[in-house]
Design a protein around this ligand. Structure first.
Ligand code: ATP
Length: 223
């Protein structure tokens, strides 16, 4: 269940609420991107943050992930402020930024193994995971020899191994072809059905049924 601009929760929601933003205000370069924003995200939610370029979608995702601070307000994982439980929160969070963060001098497999290690995930299935993102046969290719979409696929492969409940994904579909997008959408639905939640930005239309998709819309503010 998603609650935009409401901090009230019924008993059922309180049980399953994973992430909430309370009275978030964000100011960048003297421009107010959003003000007193309230969002409550529960297990099972897939939430798209939408809005025009520069409206503050990435800024909001970074605040929700604890990577930057709001001007006012706070983010809660379940019932506790994320700043009071950084380790626990990060164990339950997978954040993918809008850049794939792939190292060109390493192979596709090395990149994935490196990413999995970095996040404390056993990497013995890395090769099989590359197959999930259609990179079988490219395991030993240097990333610098791969395409933009293949870079993105290396970054996204982590999703198939993730135990984190909260996925925060900034433009995950960038450079991904139609079939790849559909496969990701299925994975998001599966993750939500298994008690996780997905919060993402994208400018493209998705095929996830509208009743499964919640939206938070940011307007471009000029001051
Ligand atoms: N670290 C920062 N320091 C200063 N200004 C910033 C910073 N990050 C973002 N901004 C500014 O905040 C505004 C919102 O940026 P943001 O990246 O959140 O927008 P967005 O909605 O994700 O845009 P897009 O759709 O183009 O990705 C922009 O005007 C940007 O210049």
């Amino acid at each position: 269940m998603l609650n935009l601009n409401s901090t009230t929760q019924d008993a059922n929601q309180t049980d399953t609420c994973l992430l909430s933003a309370v009275n978030l205000t964000c100011i960048r370069e003297e421009r107010m991107l959003f003000e007193q924003l309230n969002i409550s995200i529960s297990a099972g939610d897939i939430v798209q943050i939408e809005g025009p370029n520069g409206s503050g979608k990435t800024s909001l995702l970074r605040i929700l992930a604890g990577l930057s601070q709001p001007y006012e307000g706070a983010v809660y994982f379940q019932t506790e402020n994320i700043s009071q439980q950084r380790e626990n929160f990060h164990e339950n969070l997978l954040y993918l930024g809008h850049l794939p963060g792939v190292k060109g001098e390493m192979t596709a497999l090395e990149n994935l193994e490196f990413n999995l290690n970095l996040h404390g995930i056993n990497n013995k299935n890395a090769e099989r995971t590359l197959a999930e993102v259609s990179l079988l046969g490219f395991e030993d290719a240097l990333a610098s020899h791969l395409s933009a979409g293949q870079h993105r696929r290396i970054a996204l492969a982590r999703l198939w191994q993730s135990r984190a409940k909260i996925w925060i994904l900034d433009e995950p579909f960038t450079a991904i072809d139609k079939l790849g997008v559909e496969k990701l959408e299925q994975l998001f639905l599966q993750h939500a059905d298994n008690g996780g939640c997905v919060i993402l930005t994208t400018h493209q239309d998705l095929t996830i049924p509208p009743e499964r998709m919640k939206k938070v819309t940011l307007a471009y503010r000029f001051y």
